[in-house]
Design a protein around this ligand. Structure first.
Ligand code: GDP
Ligand code: ZN
Length: 295
């Protein structure tokens, strides 16, 4: 039968099989010779050892649609990035870094601002202008007032999504709302895995029904620096790409250079000032890192 790996710990893979539950499996079989390590998110075929004890062997990994490096997970369709409208004040620098990280991995992104109930006037308009203009889907919700949660459910439906955000933004409150009514299955999963038994946090997929999985992404690194060449950083800012085609100089860093299409777009308001400032900051960090490495 086939299922999806929702967690891997110490040589065991926990495989969710629709309508049945979670099998505790070891990896056996031909694919081990090929040195393919099963990942959370992998769709696999398993042989059941005991249907009573829900144990089995993973015998093959179905072809991967995609493979994320961080977090290490297969077959992710999109990232849902959660920030708060305030409390804590959204750190747009962190947001833009995270967007770069997901862009570098070619992952579609939805930006969700929680705590809509306490947002300042004009915040929503400003964020929509900044991020919808960059091509992202932007949604607002309030886990507290149960507003916009159905919209999130709709976005997640039938897909596997990584859910990330800094602490305090209401991520657990949202995930709790989403898993309401799924208590049997998620309860069963937790029981089998023994949540809380392990000190290190592992990646884990939560099943929400309807072929929908979310991954609570542990950690939210503010230290991320893209691996690409600094001169290509602008390509991770989707709204910079078209304006950059008007730059006079090839290899324009969009910083001190004259006749720069990106700077013109910032001046005309086409590109948000915050996005440009964050671009410059990440750019200079990338250049510094390089200088340190080659010194
Ligand atoms: P996490 O750290 O991102 O998992 O955040 P939590 O879900 O633990 O929530 C952090 C705090 O924000 C808690 O005190 C929640 O009650 C509060 N909170 C969560 N969602 C909302 C919301 O939509 N509006 C308001 N005003 N507070 C919220
Ligand atoms: Zn330029």
């Amino acid at each position: 039968m086939t299922g999806k790996i929702i967690k891997g710990i110490a040589g065991f893979y926990y495989v969710y099989v629709e309508d049945q539950g979670v099998y505790e499996c070891k990896a056996k079989g031909a694919f081990r010779k090929d040195k393919i390590k099963p990942l959370v998110g992998d769709d696999v075929t398993i042989d059941v050892i005991s249907s009573e004890e829900m144990t089995g062997n993973v015998i093959s990994i179905l072809p991967r649609k995609s493979e994320l490096i961080r977090p290490a997970v297969a077959n992710v369709d999109q990232a849902l990035l959660i920030f708060a409208t305030k409390n804590p004040e959204p750190n747009l620098n962190l947001l833009d870094r995270f967007l770069c990280m997901m862009e570098e991995q070619d992952l579609p992104i939805v930006i969700c601002f929680n705590k809509e109930d306490i947002a300042d006037d004009g915040f929503e308009e400003r964020m929509r202008a900044t991020y919808e203009n960059a091509g992202y889907k932007v949604i607002f919700c309030s886990a507290k007032n149960d507003e916009g949660i159905d919209g999130i459910r709709e976005i997640l439906k039938g897909k596997t999504s990584t859910v990330a955000g800094p602490s305090g933004v209401g991520k657990s409150s949202i995930v709790n709302k989403l898993t309401e009514g799924q208590t049997m299955e998620t309860g069963e999963v937790s029981e089998k895995i023994g949540r809380g038994k392990h000190t290190t946090r592992h990646s884990e997929l939560l099943y929400l029904g309807d072929d929908t999985f979310i991954m609570d992404t542990p950690g939210f690194s503010s230290l991320f620096v893209p691996k690409i060449e600094p001169v290509d950083l602008y390509t991770l800012f989707p709204e910079f790409i078209e304006p950059a085609s008007y730059c006079k100089f090839t290899g324009c860093a969009h910083d001190k250079e004259p006749s720069c299409g990106v700077k013109d777009a910032v001046a005309s308001g086409e590109i948000a000032a915050s996005r440009y400032e964050n671009y410059l900051q990440i750019y200079s960090e990338m250049v510094n890192e390089r200088n340190n490495k080659y010194r």
